[in-house]
Design a protein around this ligand. Structure first.
Ligand SMILES: *[C@@H]1O[C@H](CO)[C@@H](O)[C@H](O)[C@H]1NC(C)=O
Ligand SMILES: *[C@@H]1O[C@H](CO)[C@@H](O)[C@H](O)[C@H]1NC(C)=O
Length: 369
């Protein structure tokens, strides 16, 4: 046991050092993931994966190549399991994609450590919640229970996470303002929004090649609003501009940055303003299959995915050594077959995977009387 512990420590220190980023941090030390893997060979697991997800490959060569990728991802899942013992890592709908292919499908403009600067520099900051307000916050909270969140959507092979994060925040803000939950259009953003950041002119929204939620809010304020999904449905590829301001269902009034790096402020904003757009480092998400993810090393400098924060809980799990951990509930845009029916639980406190570093809230204009 002691030898394993030392080995785990050395591995962690190497990983943290290798990342070369100040944002890298070591969260806890465990005696390693001892979870047994199913005794099936990768070939058999891959065959089951292909059946389950209805995969069609171009021929035997492609099949063999995907099998190699799949086997490598099984090994990666085992490594993630050791570094993230409170979550379950294994086969996911993305197990036949290389890491590069997977990352190219995320879609948050690569702002590296600039996320905080971007959010702060380009938009008004929300007034921080007071200590009293924070003290009065409920121990757990979930906007799904209040009907403020649409079902889980699927971005597909398009780096449009930023559009889904944006529509989720606007859907929630519209619910708060009107009591109605509308299914809003990501495709309008993918096709029509080419807004660049006010502080970094080269960081522009660019369809399936990535974008930023804060740019998208600025676009929505200027364009005249956001159409409903049924009027402007998602295709998963960038297409021609088809926005019709007369058919906008929701108008955006303003947006604000939530003070970065402080989970209490994030919680207060969530309860007060509705579901929030967040950026996070998705490094552990390709293999995530459930539980509360609390990676030992997950640099906040590599925030590369946009998603929607919808709730939080106080007592997530009781893994042997870790005890109960508070967590965030995050709506993703990778379909219901991924994660916990499309959701990710990430441990709360300590800005794990940068989840508190790029948080924004939006408000919609009240409907005309
Ligand atoms: C939103 O609308 C699309 C198109 O009608 C539909 O396929 C999808 O299931 C809807 N999603 C939600 C979350 O209601
Ligand atoms: C944002 O818009 C909402 C709705 O119109 C309004 O109530 C609120 O005061 C505005 N906030 C800011 C910071 O302008």
């Amino acid at each position: 046991m002691a030898a394993q512990l030392v080995a785990a420590l050395v591995l962690l220190l190497q990983l943290a050092g290798a990342s070369g980023h100040d944002g890298g941090f070591i969260r806890q030390v465990t005696d390693g993931g001892s979870r047994a893997w199913p005794g099936l060979l990768p070939e058999a697991q891959f065959a089951a994966f292909v059946r389950r997800h209805g995969r069609r490959y171009s021929g035997p060569e492609e099949y063999a190549r995907r099998l190699r990728v799949f086997a490598a991802n099984l090994a990666r899942a085992a490594a993630h399991q050791a570094l993230d013992p409170s979550a379950r890592h294994g086969v996911t709908p993305f197990s036949d994609l290389t890491r590069e292919e997977f990352e190219s499908r995320l879609g948050l403009t690569d702002v590296r450590a600039g996320g905080e600067r971007l959010v702060r520099g380009s938009m008004p900051a929300a007034a921080p919640a007071t200590e009293e307000e924070v003290a009065r916050l409920p121990a757990s909270f979930d906007w799904r229970n209040m009907g403020a969140v649409t079902g889980v959507k699927t971005q597909g092979a398009c780096g449009s996470c930023w559009a889904f994060s944006t529509t989720g925040a606007v859907e929630g803000a519209n619910f708060l303002a009107t009591g109605k939950l509308l299914n809003l259009s990501e495709q309008q953003l993918v096709d029509c929004d080419h807004t660049c950041s006010a502080v970094a002119r080269n960081e522009c929204n660019n369809g399936c090649a990535g974008g930023l939620m804060t740019n998208a809010y600025a676009y929505l304020m200027e364009s005249g609003g956001l159409m409903e999904q049924r009027a402007y449905p998602y295709t998963g590829a960038a297409g021609a501009y088809r926005f019709d301001p007369d058919r906008a269902a929701v108008r955006v009034a303003n947006f604000t940055a939530v003070p970065a790096g402080d989970e209490r402020q994030t919680r207060a904003a969530l309860v007060r303003r509705g579901p929030l757009a967040v950026g996070l480092n998705a490094a552990f998400m390709q293999t995530y299959a459930g539980g509360v993810s609390c990676p030992l090393v997950c640099p906040l400098a590599w925030v590369n995915h946009g998603a929607l924060l919808v709730g939080y809980g106080a007592r997530g799990f009781a893994a042997l050594r870790l005890g109960y951990r508070p967590y965030w509930v995050i709506k993703n845009s990778w379909g219901e077959q991924w994660g916990e029916r499309g959701y990710y639980r990430l441990c709360r406190g300590g800005n794990v995977c940068g989840v508190d570093s790029m948080v924004s809230a939006v408000a919609v204009a009240p409907p005309p009387p």
